[in-house]
Structures are given as C-alpha cells and as structure tokens.
Design a protein around this ligand. Structure first.
Ligand SMILES: [Cu+2]
Length: 466
C-alpha cells in the first residue's frame, strides 16, 4: 500500500508542499509566581511558506498552545490572561477536578472578560494524556486555535525509548486567503456533522516528520483536538498496543486493530515499535476513501535493536478504578434528536415548545430529552457516591462524541460487562449505548456533544452532584 501526503489544502487549486513551520512555546513567570497562559490574537505560520500567515487565537504564539506537563499528584497552576476580543475560560479536559476549576463559562464560572484574568489551580490526581481548551463559544474559540496538551506523567513511566505527543487539529481555512473561515454559525455545520476542516495538522504542522530507528519503542499520545472530525487512523510501519484511552490506562495493553478511531476530544496512548526497515517510513496515517495519508511521518534511519521487544506491561492504574455498582445504579436516559435528516418535529426552547422550523430560526438543530438548550434544572440531581447508569439513545443519523465533565465513566456493553474508563464516548448514528459511573465528584458537571457546533445548537445538558 502506498502512503503519501494529502494535498495541503484540498480546496486549493495548486500549491507545493512547503516545509519549515516555526514552533516555540512560551512560559512567563508573573510577579505572583504563577505561570501565565495568555490568550491572544496572533499570526501563526500554519500554512507553508508560500501562503500568508494565518491569524489564529492562541495560548501564546502557536496552536496548539504550550504543552503543560506535571507529575501525577502535582498541581497545575496557571494565570489565564485574556487578551482576546471575547470572553473566555479554560476547561481542563478529562481531569477529575474541583468544580470551580472546570472552566465552563456560564456553569462553573463567568467568562473571563477581555483584559481580565483568572487563576486556575488544581491537582492532577490521575496520570494520563489530557488537553485544555477554551470553553466559551467553544465552537469558535477552539476552532481558532485555543487548545493544547496537558500531560500528567506516571510516577513510574513505561519502558519506552521516547514519547511523542501528537495533537490532531482540523482547520477550516479560506483557500484564497489562508485565513480561518469565520462561518462558525453556518446552519450546514450546525445541522450536519459539525465544523469539518480542510487542513489537518499534527502539532500545528501539516508535514510533521520525525526521526526514528528500526525497533525503537515509542509512546504516542494522540489527542483529537478537532471541532468535529472523527479520525480513522492507521499506523503504517509501526506495530503495538493501545495502553490507555482518554488518559485512563487499560487493564492490559490491547493490540492496535486495523483502524484506530479517535472521535473529537478523545485520546489514545499507544506503545508502538518501529517495524519499518531502516530507510523506510512509518507514521500516523488517516484512512480515506482513496487511500491512507500520512498525518505525521517517521523517517526510519538506523536500528535501535536487532529484535522487537515483548509485550509492554500495563500502565500503572490510577486511583479511581472502582467499578460502579450496577445493581444499585440509578437509571437515567438521554434521547438525542434532531439534525439534518432527523425526524425531530419540535422541542422546548427556553420553556416554549417550538416546531423544528422555529428552532432552526433560533439556531437550534438538536435536542437532548426534548430540550433544545441548557435548562436551569439539571438532567439529574445525584447524591455524592450515587451509582448511575445512563442510556444514550441517538435518534439522529449523525455520530456524536458525548463528553462528561468531572468524572469518568465505563461503557456498559451488550453483555452487561463494563468497558474501560473514558470521558468521551463516540455514539454512532441511530445507536443506543449505555454508560455507568459513580457520582463521586460534587458540583455541576456538563454533559455534551464534543462536536462543538452540536453542543452550541442543542446538545448540551448537565448533572448536579451534591
Ligand atoms: Cu454531536
């Protein structure tokens, strides 16, 4: 099978592949001794050199923003300074966090106004691969570049030669100007699969190429930071195991299947060996109808070892691995309706039942349990420690990546078994799935679709744990 690079801009008429793109993080200590994370409008070398710079919104001069990395149990402290023209806040995706630090504008805090700041300070109780992103007008702000990796290292890291964090980005750019397409509220994006881009990057580059040696063992931390794109991935020239999903270690490493599917906001930790010959190429590729295209490539030179190593040990478990008590679990049900080609006749918006056409006029295309917007009352009020099972009925024809804040859940599979811990579940069109969790974190927690245009147009609800 041949693997090539995808055209730079699929919509563009002609352009050669450029190379160098600048990077560079930032970290500024402030007078208060807390590190600053400053969101600003900035030019970024997103496209190759023969294109103009792209104006992005970044945590610093790049997208993704600076990688935040701590050891398990350490604190993350950042002073968020908002130099954007809009209010904003930062959500620390997948971290079991105190509610007031969850960063959800309109639920756990007010948006931080332009020119203002907010100090985030929380413990990272679980090792794993997480990310941070804007959580006000997220369908616009994340798309403009406000996202970055948050890595929590194990006390005893796995035995690998090195690791690579790979933040998958999906940009919708105007092919004439190279600037971010600003049709964030376009009904087509809201009502279909969400804002799908035309320019895919890994760590802000379309041509990321890294060196590797045959039989080198790598840990890959994959993060899907796109607004709506579901990545079907293959790993040509690499062979190995999934060791964690959404940051949470699997009980045992699982061999990577033919295709690894990563929905919006989902992460996968892989331990892979380079099996391509020296002089060959390996990498991370996206499956498309006409072939597989490298998103990131390894140029294989030299040999790290004569033979492959054996199966890796599982990652050390995090402290929250207890199983929810299904026999005592409170049953909840969430019906997802609407969207193009759906059959939603009406839904309730701000206390008023409206027909689908009226809802569309209000920018609402979806409903959760008949509600086309966040309501004052939560989906459920749960007691601290209460076990829950939540059936998710997707009556729409689109897949949705359902994300629970503050707590991890396990999928209840058809045979009644419990799957691995996750924070984001990709539910296929017209599928019914079930998750279970113990409501062990007090506060108001969002539960929403991570196709961010969907979240903005009806697919957001919340749970209260007291
Ligand atoms: Cu959705």
């Amino acid at each position: 099978m041949m693997f090539g690079r995808r055209d730079v801009l699929r919509m563009a008429t002609a352009a050669g592949l450029g190379s160098a793109l600048p990077g560079g993080g930032l970290a500024a200590a402030t007078d208060a001794g807390i590190e600053e994370l400053r969101a600003r409008v900035t030019p970024f070398r997103l496209l190759p050199d023969d294109y103009p710079m792209t104006e992005i919104w970044g945590y610093g001069p790049t997208a993704p923003g600076p990688e935040i990395r701590v050891r398990q149990g350490e604190r993350v402290a950042r002073r968020f300074v908002n130099d954007l023209p809009q209010g904003s806040s930062i959500h620390w995706h997948g971290i079991r966090i105190a509610n007031g630090m969850d960063g959800v504008s309109g639920l756990t805090q007010e948006p931080v106004a332009p020119g203002m700041r907010f100090d985030y300070d929380f413990e990272a109780p679980d090792a794993g691969t997480y990310w941070y992103h804007a959580h006000n007008r997220s369908w616009e702000q994340v798309a403009r570049g406000l996202h970055g990796a948050l890595i929590v290292e194990e006390a005893t890291p796995p035995d690998v030669d090195r690791e690579e964090v790979m933040v998958l980005g999906d940009w919708l750019l105007n092919p004439e100007t190279g600037q971010i397409d600003d049709s964030f509220d376009h009904p087509m994006m809201m009502s279909h699969g969400g804002r799908i881009g035309n320019y895919i990057t890994v760590n802000g580059r379309s041509d990321l190429t890294l060196p590797a040696r045959r039989h080198e063992r790598l840990r890959l931390r994959l993060i899907n930071a796109s607004n709506a794109r579901i990545f079907p991935l293959t790993l040509p020239g690499l062979a190995g195991w999934v060791v964690a999903l959404d940051g949470m270690p699997l009980d045992a490493p699982e061999p990577i299947g033919d295709v690894l599917v990563l929905g919006p906001a989902q992460r996968a930790d892989l331990i892979v060996d380079v099996v391509a010959d020296a002089g060959g190429q390996a990498g991370l590729a996206q499956v498309e109808e006409d072939g597989d295209y490298f998103l990131a490539a390894f140029d294989v030179a030299g040999t790290a070892a004569q033979t492959r190593r054996g199966t890796p040990a599982p990652l050390p478990p995090n402290p929250n691995t207890g199983l929810p008590d299904l026999s005592a679990a409170t049953p909840l049900r969430l019906v997802m309706a609407g969207g193009a080609m759906g059959r939603m006749q009406s839904a309730v918006l701000n206390g008023t039942r409206m027909g689908f056409r009226e809802l569309i006029a209000e920018g609402r295309f979806w409903a959760l349990n008949d509600m086309a917007a966040m309501t004052d009352t939560p989906l459920a009020e749960l007691g601290l420690g209460e076990p829950v099972r939540l059936e998710i009925v997707n009556e729409t024809v689109f897949p949705h990546a359902m994300h629970l804040h503050g707590m991890h859940f396990r999928e209840v599979t058809a045979d009644g078994a419990l799957g691995p811990l996750r924070d984001t579940l990709l539910v296929g069109g017209q599928e019914t799935r079930e998750i279970a969790f113990t409501a062990d974190n007090p506060g108001d927690w969002l539960f929403h679709c991570h196709m961010l245009s969907h979240a903005a147009s009806g697919m957001t609800t919340w749970l209260r744990v007291t």
